[in-house]
Design a protein around this ligand. Structure first.
Ligand code: PRX
Length: 648
């Protein structure tokens, strides 16, 4: 049913926070968590009303906390705020203004620190730049950048002027940039002359050049000089960031925008078709990311926090940019790979910057485990006080290793389940309040009501597998899919009536802890990144030599899921390793390196039922090297199975 499994244990081991951690935590006991949680679900409007007043700065109070007409939620209706002002301006005039907001470290080792005051100057200048390029409230801006301060500045400046950003991960191809820019009709693309990755230059500008020839809505490309290499600049369209910034005023008055005004669109893979543009708005999203940062990471303004996610993913939006800066903490950002120049790069960064909170993905944790403890032991990690995990289920073995070797046995681990669509963390354990169970994401966050349903929409018994749903609206929830109301309803609200279906399989144990099993739709979670099998299939059949393709996931110890493709070639194209390599590269070019297949198997035909349906479950078993127990009597041509098995 799924590509991965979490622990087979239903109840799991329990690991409690230390008394020292508990004492200083924002929520110190299970009783306190339970009280707050009960308040948040019995009277959500009262709860969020109070939290929004306390945690955010508003220009105009709202009239109604929630307006819910399934599947459309509006939060803080009538309220006005400026998201950027909440993340930057409100720290000015406080002792926070001269502390580091961003500590950037480039892969080659260069560093840059921006205090909140300096960040304010940069953001104001870039807001003026965007306005001078004709960007107005509601216009879309694409950001295709390495992980640098300018990337965060671009997001905040866009928010400041009421524009809508769409960040495109730097590992995506020209083709993917073009699709996204055209889908949201972006006016401006912000990019760099390149970025560093494992000592090589990622040709960002070159990719943008190729993409925007097919993007009629783009009027300007703003280019940050990161590498200093020669890039081709089209006169009249392309402009250097530093030239524009040099001439820009550092004074910018932030306007107030409706709580429901769009903040960003982030494209993510679904089980069908092209990636969908998940739309998030301002007040509710900022509320959700601010409150979860505060409670889940136990974030204090004295913390030096580091999340290793790229801003191209939702984790980088919610827990690099918005939630963290809104809380006034110090935020470390790192441009490059975890193993450059050596496999201890992350621990070197933690040690030098005295990082206190560290948030990463299980795939990375498993890679560090494999690389060996000796690289970690070289470093003083005593500054760490809390660890986080996100993106995929963490297996108990990796959890325990993370706890002991990185956390020195003293740091609580928060495993955080959420999605691009949920905007912020939904299931986790508040670190000073609840014990963790290695392998389980934990308990619902305030205001979140998850349930586990069977296929008919009945709640399953505790301990039984089912589908994870969310039964009431929450502030950070997506407001729709950009430009496609119908798809929004179909994708999330049609599996069951009146509840949100997230696509994950799950069980809840008798202590109330949720154990996420993984995706149960045709979406793969590869190293914590979502890849739609339909997207990879469409890329493959777009190659002139391919007749038909089916893509499935295979459980992979390191990556969670590996991408396995079953391909039939056109008449006259011979099966060979050269064709395999060509197809892998082709997928890389169409989607991006993240989606490159791990394995390609050829067959004369794909296994299909007599009614012509590809037998995906059978393919999954073949990919995993499992014995076939399924009924293959409906199979059109049984020989095919053998042929595919032989290539494993
Ligand atoms: O399958 C779940 C998995 O990642 C999916 C969401 O992917 P994306 O929108 O790219 O967001 C990733 C970062 C929030 C989910 O449907 N997932 C995410 N976090 C966890 C997880 N699975 C298990 N445990 C988690 N902590």
């Amino acid at each position: 049913m799924s590509d991965k499994t979490s622990s087979s244990a239903t109840d799991g081991e329990r690991v409690s926070p230390s008394p020292e951690f508990r004492k200083q935590a924002t929520v110190k006991s299970m009783a306190e968590y339970k009280r707050l949680y009960a308040e948040s679900v019995t009277n959500p409007e009262k709860f969020w009303n109070a939290q929004a007043k306390e945690l955010l700065q508003w220009r105009k109070p709202w009239k109604k906390t929630l307006e819910w007409k399934e599947p459309q939620a509006k939060w803080f209706v009538g309220g006005k705020l400026n998201v950027c002002e909440n993340c930057v301006d409100r720290h000015l005039g406080t002792p926070r203004e001269n502390k580091a907001a961003l500590i950037f470290e480039g892969e080659p080792g260069d560093q840059q620190t921006l205090t909140y005051k300096q960040l304010h100057v940069e953001v104001c200048k870039f807001a003026n730049v965007l306005e001078s390029l004709g960007v107005k409230k509601g216009d879309r801006i694409a950001i295709y950048m390495p992980m640098t301060c300018e990337a965060v500045v671009a997001m905040l400046a866009s928010a400041r002027i009421g524009a809508v950003h769409t960040v495109i991960f730097g590992g995506f191809s020209s083709e993917s940039i073009k699709d996204r820019v055209n889908d949201c009709q972006a006016k401006i693309v912000v990019t760099a002359d390149g970025g560093w990755r494992r000592g090589s230059v990622v040709p960002l500008k070159q990719n943008v050049n190729k993409a925007v020839t097919g993007c009629p809505t783009v009027t300007n490309v703003v280019v940050v000089k990161r590498i200093g290499n020669r890039v081709s600049m089209k006169p009249g369209r392309d402009v250097w960031y530093h030239t524009l910034m040099h001439d820009a005023s550092h004074k910018h008055t932030a306007k107030a925008f409706d709580a429901e005004s769009p903040l960003f669109i982030l494209y993510t893979s679904g089980s069908t078709g092209k990636p969908k543009g998940v739309l998030h708005t301002s007040g509710g999203y900022l509320m959700h990311t601010t409150i979860t940062s505060k409670y889940v990471f136990d974030l204090k303004e004295s913390d030096t926090y580091w999340c290793t996610a790229d801003i191209g993913w939702i984790t980088g939006h919610s827990y690099v940019t918005y939630g963290i800066l809104s809380n006034g903490a110090t935020n470390v950002i790192y441009e490059g790979a975890p193993n450059f120049p050596d496999v201890d790069r992350f621990w070197d960064i933690v040690e030098r910057h005295r990082v206190t909170i560290f948030y990463t993905a299980p795939t990375a944790i498993r890679a560090f485990m494999k690389w060996g403890d000796k690289h970690i032991k070289k470093h003083d990690l005593s500054s760490l006080r809390l660890l986080g995990s996100v993106g995929e289920p963490i297996n108990p073995e990796a959890w325990k290793w993370y706890h002991k070797t990185i956390g020195g046995g003293r740091c609580p681990i928060v495993d955080t389940w959420w999605q691009t669509e949920t905007g912020g963390i939904m299931i986790t354990t508040l670190p000073g309040a609840a014990y963790s169970k290695p392998g389980s994401a934990g308990l619902p966050f305030f205001g979140v009501v998850p349930k586990v349903f069977d296929d008919d929409g009945n709640e399953v018994r505790k301990g039984k597998n089912g589908k994870l749903v969310l039964t009431s609206p929450w502030p950070g929830m997506l407001r729709g899919l950009y430009g496609d109301k119908k798809r929004y309803k179909e994708t999330y609200w049609s599996e069951y009536k009146g509840v949100y279906f997230c696509g994950d399989g799950c069980k809840q144990d008798k202590d109330g802890y949720f154990w996420i099993v993984g995706r149960i739709d045709d979406v793969l979670n590869v190293s914590g990144h979502r890849i739609g099998t339909a997207e990879v299939e469409s890329a493959l059949v777009g190659h002139s030599g391919v007749a038909e393709a089916a893509v499935v996931g295979r459980p992979d110890e390191l990556k969670g899921s590996a991408v396995v493709c079953f391909v039939t070639l056109k008449e006259g194209v011979r099966q060979s390793d050269a064709v395999r390599t060509e197809l892998r590269n082709h997928v890389g070019e169409v989607i991006g390196a993240v989606a490159k297949p791990d394995e390609i198997r050829f067959a004369q035909a794909l296994p299909k039922t007599r009614s012509g349906k590809i037998m995906r479950r059978l393919l999954k078993d073949i990919a995993a090297g499992k014995e076939i127990h399924q009924d293959t009597t409906t199979l059109e041509d049984i020989k095919v199975v053998k042929q595919l098995q032989e290539q494993g």
